[in-house]
Design a protein around this ligand. Structure first.
Ligand code: NAD
Length: 249
């Protein structure tokens, strides 16, 4: 059965791999991203997909996004809240604008994307919401206070939404990836090294791979299939859960 799947932040990285896995599964994917040009480029590579301009932090943008999707495709079956970003700073130096941005993208965004998808899902008594948290939703790392606050917080949003919709044919779960080879990791390494007064290799071992058992960055594709599974009918009894896909931690 072909479903209408929304993946936020799917222009690149883990989101793109998730979108690719859904398209391979026979589904249509709405690539919703702040970077519209990249979303359109990603959609043209994916095939059964379309790029949409979406700022998950802005309720008007979220409402407009669903209006356009419903007019194009008539419904929404699956929402994957993946858009994210990192900012590295100690708590005492953390700029309030950056704090608000990270919380807005990775906590308020998933709330808004869920809020405006649920009426459609409830109408047809079927829906799947999957939040991309992080291993940092369970364990802290220095200089990532806003990121960890959002990733811990989303587990609460996920559980409450799962509870509220449990009798409506809707499941809501969180996936917690370990370190994955994307821009988000590559960009933070020099900043972590600068903070620690270490080399980039030392920062990689201390902050990223030190606690992980496999001692390697995961590939985005290694995260994607667990999400396609959680969105399937085979996962109908799984709700309010937190699935770690970390390479061991
Ligand atoms: N890379 C990792 O190691 C890792 C580990 C655990 C969890 N995660 C999580 O996985 C998700 C994807 O991360 P990634 O590494 O692929 O990041 P990435 O930086 O490669 O991609 C993030 C995407 O989100 C989009 N985006 C940012 N703000 C947005 C907004 N306001 N509205 C819509 N789109 C927006 C960006 O344009 C970009 O396309 C994030 O939530 C991240 O926290 C990543």
């Amino acid at each position: 059965m072909s479903r209408i799947v929304v993946v936020t932040g799917a222009a690149q990285g883990i989101g793109f791999a998730i979108a690719k896995a859904f398209v391979a599964n026979g589904d249509f994917v709405a690539v919703g991203d702040l970077n519209f040009e990249a979303a359109e480029a990603a959609a043209s590579i994916l095939g059964n997909a379309k790029g949409y301009k979406l700022d998950v932090t802005n309720e008007d943008s979220v409402v407009e996004f669903y209006k356009n999707l419903l007019s194009d495709k008539g419904t929404v079956d699956v929402v994957v809240n993946n858009a994210g970003l990192q900012f590295i700073s100690s708590v005492e130096d953390f700029p309030i604008e950056k704090w608000n941005l990270l919380i807005n993208v990775m906590l308020t965004g998933p709330f808004l994307m869920s809020k405006h998808a649920l009426p459609e899902m409830k109408k047809k008594k079927w829906g799947r919401i999957i939040h991309i948290s992080s291993a940092h939703g369970k364990m802290p790392d220095a200089y990532k206070s806003a990121y960890c606050a959002a990733k811990y917080g989303i587990l609460g949003l996920s559980a409450v939404t799962a509870l509220e919709t449990a009798k409506d044919g809707i499941t809501v779960n969180s996936v917690l990836p370990g370190p994955v080879r994307t821009d988000l990791i590559e960009k933070q390494l020099p900043k972590l090294a600068e903070r620690d007064g270490s080399t980039v290799e030392e920062a990689m071992n201390h902050h990223i791979l030190g606690k992980q058992w496999m001692k390697r960055l995961l590939e985005p594709e290694e995260i994607a299939d667990s999400i396609v599974f959680l969105a399937s009918d085979k996962a109908a009894a799984i709700t309010g859960e937190e699935l770690m896909v970390t390479g061991g931690m």
